[in-house]
Design a protein around this ligand. Structure first.
Ligand SMILES: CC(=O)N[C@@H](CC(=O)O)C(=O)NC[C@H](CC1(C(=O)N[C@@H](Cc2ccc(O)cc2)C(=O)O)CCCC1)C(=O)O
Ligand SMILES: [Zn+2]
Length: 597
């Protein structure tokens, strides 16, 4: 079953045609009916009586998974709206892609055209056009479908014995304390985030002037990414020692004539250098490494397990950039996980929890992105390991990782509350959470006719997001454990596990467990007995030198944190519920929040 529906979904994703879409929907409906029967049978047994722990575990996983009571095509409809969204060009031809032909039709997509403008443009009005045209093209069209989906997803969850769809989404973590634990982890890291936010705000104010208030939240369109989830694309505006060696080797990759294929081979060699498995013949024959020229494909990067223990693939519209080299390592880590748990019973062929599946690729990325690793694979020469180079490097990584945390935290905090409290003021609540935790506000006024969360793929595609938040904490715990196994002597941020068989052995042991043990047992194995708790200490240790540097930079230079004025909340709230003003030190005065009608 799994093979057929995966093949049909692959067929559509790599060749978007009506007949392939129909075939995919048919196979999904078929597999859903088939799955329902086996799920109902499995959960009808009173499995408490079954002594054998492995089969108890199997039933527990089945019960967590449940079956979406509605045909998946409801979700496909939202995905479809998202994938079909097109906008009119927002920049003069040639600025961000192929020179547009005069009177060009409105066929710009999120990838690559709009993402390129958000990443490269330094013109705030052009950025505003790109940000607004995407949010306006997708949000209102998606909103009515999303409202219906919330109702159906809650019904399906209740049929499976969950209170609502949010509880269903949290089930794979099997932890009643998950929500407070996640909130506590964010509280542990948010002081570092506020320091980084204050530093970046100062640089943005320097560049863009008063559209960036020196003590306020940041307008969402200036941060290099459509959702402000990563600020790595504005590193050139903020990196403190620009004359020092940068860690972006894209120019060198182009100079050396790197191709997408060679990028994949480089990633494969990273894993085999640890003693992990090479990619199979089928992988090289059937993967889609580049955007096809003769047909339309869904270009989001993804890794695929065809459930037959031999067919694994990656689909990626690879461009020759360092960012895509890291993404390839991320996707190939998913393949390593599939390969290593292939001998487990079918139900255990998944990550110990969804965050494990994400954390492996990013933990590996923490080694691959070090100047030292880039030198070892010949992409960086004569690196200098001085203080400024380390601060530049740590800041670049923080613009991706530390920045990402509040965004990843907000996505499911918002979605869980929609499932549990309803669909009123979805947009206002989205921006209230983004302002409180991310210190980001919309660049133009928003109303409830907008649906800005829908501008993010994972909301439109009903893909749970907590995995990426938990992965952000977990990947530093795993990185620290692998570095210890590799016998790395120095500070955590200079560690590269490349060619370490000891690190590879530990990683293979973790991956091979799949979901056969509760994830806290797997975490204890991964940390060689150190802990079974999620812990932000390794993350904070990794960024320690940067945290000190930021505190010195921010001292006496103004507010850390952001004040919210009635102007800010007027941008999105029909009324401004008194927000717990972000604790700004020194305590800045927050204007009384006026009711804005
Ligand atoms: C058949 C199938 O779907 N398979 C699953 C894998 C599996 O579950 O077996 C899969 O391939 N999912 C695709 C997804 C793609 C990406 C993504 O969506 N990233 C998030 C969050 C993020 C952001 C920064 C970062 O460094 C890491 C993650 C975003 O872009 O917001 C896009 C580029 C990177 C990861 C992925 O690989 O996780
Ligand atoms: Zn992933």
């Amino acid at each position: 079953m799994c093979f057929r529906v995966t093949s049909a979904t692959w067929g559509f994703s790599t060749n978007v045609t009506e007949s392939n879409r129909r075939r995919m929907l048919e196979e999904q409906a078929l597999s859903w009916k088939f799955g329902r029967v086996s799920w109902r049978k499995a959960t009808s047994l009173s499995w408490a009586r079954i002594a054998d722990p492995a089969s108890r575990r199997q039933l527990q996983i089945l019960a967590q998974e449940g079956r979406n009571a509605l045909a998946d095509d409801r979700f496909a409809e939202m995905k479809d709206t998202y994938a079909r969204a097109r906008v009119c060009p927002v920049s003069a031809p040639g600025v961000s892609g192929p020179a547009g032909v005069p009177g060009q039709s409105c066929d710009w997509r999120l990838e690559p055209e709009l993402s390129r403008v958000l990443a490269r443009s330094r013109d705030s009005s052009e950025l505003l056009r790109a940000w607004s045209s995407w949010h306006d093209a997708v949000g209102p069209a998606l909103r009515p479908k999303f409202v219906r989906y919330v109702q159906l997803a809650n019904e399906a969850a209740r049929l499976n014995g969950f209170r609502d769809a949010g509880e269903h989404m949290r089930a794979p973590y099997d932890d009643p304390e998950l929500e407070p634990e996640v909130t506590a982890l964010w509280a542990q890291v948010s002081p570092l985030y506020r320091q980084l936010h204050a530093y970046v705000r100062r640089q943005l104010h320097r560049h863009y002037g008063d559209i960036v208030r020196e003590d306020g939240p940041l307008p969402a369109h200036l941060l290099g990414n459509m959702w402000a989830q990563s600020w790595k694309n504005i590193a050139d505006l903020v990196v403190p020692f620009p004359d020092k060696q940068g860690a972006d080797v894209t120019p060198e990759m182009l100079r050396q004539g790197y191709t997408p294929l060679r990028m994949f081979q480089t990633a494969e060699e990273f894993f085999t250098s640890l003693g992990l498995k090479p990619m199979s013949m089928e992988f090289w024959r059937h993967s889609m490494l580049e955007r096809p020229v003769d047909r339309e494909a869904v270009c989001r990067a993804s890794a695929w397990d065809f459930c037959n223990r031999k067919d694994y693939r990656i689909k990626q519209c690879t461009e020759v950039t360092m960012e895509d080299l890291l993404t390839i390592h991320h996707e190939m880590a998913h393949i390593q996980y599939y390969l290593h748990y292939a001998d487990q019973p079918f139900i255990f062929r998944r990550g110990a929890n969804p965050a494990f599946h994400e954390a492996i690729g990013d933990a590996v990325g923490l080694s691959v992105s070090t100047p030292r690793h880039l030198q070892r694979i010949g992409l960086l020469n004569n690196i200098t390991d001085d203080y400024e180079t380390n601060i530049n490097y740590l800041l670049t990584v923080a613009l991706d990782k530390v920045v990402y945390l509040p965004f990843a935290y907000v996505v499911d905090q918002w979605r869980w509350r929609v499932f549990s409290e309803g669909v009123e003021n979805m947009n206002g609540r989205w921006w209230e959470l983004r302002m409180r935790h991310q210190g980001v506000i919309p660049p133009v006024p928003r109303t409830e006719r907008d649906f800005d969360p829908g501008a993010k793929y994972h909301v439109a595609a009903d893909t749970p997001y907590l995995r990426y938040f938990v992965s952000l904490v977990l990947q530093f715990q795993i990185h620290e454990a692998l570095c210890r196994a590799a016998g790395h002597p120095g500070p955590l941020h200079t560690c590269d596990i490349y060619r370490s068989r000891e690190a590879g052995r530990l990683l293979a042991e973790v991956l091979s467990l799949g979901a056969s043990r509760p994830w806290r047992d797997v975490l204890r194995v991964a940390t060689q007995g150190a802990t079974d708790r999620l812990d932000a200490r390794p993350l904070l240790e990794f960024f320690q030198p940067l945290a000190l540097w930021l505190r010195v930079q921010n001292r006496e230079r103004g507010v850390v944190g952001w004040t919210t004025t009635s102007h800010d909340t007027a941008l999105f709230a029909r009324w401004a519920r008194p927000l717990a003003a972000a604790a700004a030190a020194p305590a800045a005065t927050t204007l009384p929040l006026l009711a804005i009608v």
